[in-house]
Design a protein around this ligand. Structure first.
Ligand SMILES: *Cc1c(COP(=O)(O)O)cnc(C)c1O
Length: 413
């Protein structure tokens, strides 16, 4: 089989080589299948095969076996039954908006929502005739007061971006279910490990849950700080079909090399999440003790906004373990008596922590934020001052603590 027929050039022989291995092969990681073109055995198959129910493959843009394997694993991780992969976490958010909303509809976002999600709503959704409103994530009654006849979607985020408030997720979902409004959760912080967003009362009935989740796989599932990807998970077949259609029309294929990378990282997801959680809590407690810090924002700490809601959903007694589960992220508010220059000096004096966005990777990161300018509603639960957010990597926690100590000393004395 390996010799070229007489009248055929070697290049054709290489491209049309008939060998495929038929020995059984099974190994820890699934095979990697890449394609734009997918072959059909005959014209009838070309006309009838349907990728939408995953019974066939028709074109690489709609996925290959490798795509479907990661989709199934992410759906399992989050407690859902359908998943679509997209090229970034932000694309998860935009595809959900485009799939579930139309001109004339109204959408509500929590005021502490992931910043670029606001950007998408304000510049794209509004342009297509969708009106938007912001609710105080810590007040279910405020969300209720903003609901209009044309409100079709309420976004949720737990914990909130940068300021880390943990909302009453169950209360917000119950409200929306009563009003017949769809809910979408940005599930990046919980990563499918801290709580099950499709079963918020935890009784296995899936009665109280969000309709759809967006997850930036860029963060924990990748874990490497080197891949961008997002997922959209649901248990609702009708929602899945809408998401699938919008995904197809926008042409948002995900590269299989990236999918392979996430498949490689996924088995260590829980180990990394819980290790980064433990280190973050140690360092959060250390930072909270410093006189320059006037408020610690980490939902697992008493006194942090929404701690009781976190306790109920992710805390002790939850499947995640004794101390409950949280992402390896926290923020601190620096006493306003310190200047911006001093805060910048603190951030720049850190040696192990790098100045960068994102989280869930091996390297610890720090970002100073001016929260005031990011919010539409004033946050009564937030102490005034500059917020500094830390995302904890996989370094030794003691080394990170020494790094924080030397930078605190340098900047605040
Ligand atoms: C990072 C992030 C996103 C966006 O993910 P990308 O993959 O960077 O586009 C969305 N939501 C939250 C909460 C995030 O942290």
């Amino acid at each position: 089989m390996s010799s070229t027929p007489k009248n055929q050039a070697p290049i054709t022989g290489i491209i049309h080589h008939p060998y495929t291995p038929d020995a059984p092969f099974a190994a820890p990681q699934p095979g990697v299948f890449k394609a734009s073109s997918v072959f059909f055995p005959n014209v009838a198959a070309m006309r009838s095969w349907d990728w939408k129910d995953k019974s066939a493959f028709t074109y690489g843009l709609h996925g290959t076996p490798t795509t479907y394997i990661l989709e199934e694993r992410i759906a399992t991780l989050e407690g859902g039954s359908h998943c679509v992969l997209v090229p970034s976490g932000l694309a998860s958010i935009s595809v959900i908006g485009l799939a579930l909303l139309k001109s004339g509809d109204h959408v509500l976002l929590p005021d502490n929502v992931y910043g670029p999600s606001k950007g998408f709503a304000e510049s794209e959704l509004q342009r297509f005739g969708v009106s938007i409103g912001y609710y105080d994530p810590m007040r279910v009654d405020h969300c209720a007061s903003l609901i209009q006849d044309n409100t079709r979607l309420v976004w949720l985020e737990a914990a909130g971006s940068v300021s880390m408030e943990f909302p009453d997720l169950a209360g917000l979902v119950r409200l929306c279910q009563q009003k017949g409004i769809a809910t979408a959760l940005d599930n990046t912080w919980g990563a499918g490990l801290a709580f099950n967003c499709f079963d918020l009362d935890g009784d296995g009935s899936y009665r109280l849950g969000v309709d759809v989740s967006a997850h930036s796989l860029t963060k924990y599932p990748s874990g490497g700080g080197d891949v961008l990807m997002g997922s959209i998970v649901t248990r609702d077949a009708a929602v899945h079909r809408k998401v699938q259609a919008t995904h197809m029309h926008l042409g948002l294929g995900v590269g299989v090399n990236d999918i392979e990378t996430v498949l490689r990282s996924l088995p260590s997801l829980a180990l990394r999440y819980h290790a980064q959680d433990a280190a973050a809590r140690q360092l959060a407690a250390f930072m909270a003790d410093h006189p320059a810090v006037v408020q610690l924002l980490h939902p697992a700490f008493a006194g942090s906004p929404g701690h009781a809601h976190w306790q109920q959903l992710c805390g002790e007694g939850n499947v995640a373990g004794k101390q409950g589960a949280a992402a390896g992220l926290f923020s601190v508010v620096i006493d306003p008596r310190f200047s911006q220059q001093q805060i910048d000096l603190f951030c720049e004096s850190l040696r192990l922590f790098k100045l960068a966005y994102s989280w869930g990777g091996p390297i610890s990161l720090v970002v100073p934020y001016k929260i005031g300018s990011m919010r539409a509603i004033s946050e009564s639960q937030l102490h005034p001052g500059t917020v500094v957010r830390f995302s904890i990597g996989l370094e030794d926690a003691h080394d990170l603590q020494q790094d924080l100590a030397q930078a605190l000393q340098k900047a605040f004395g």
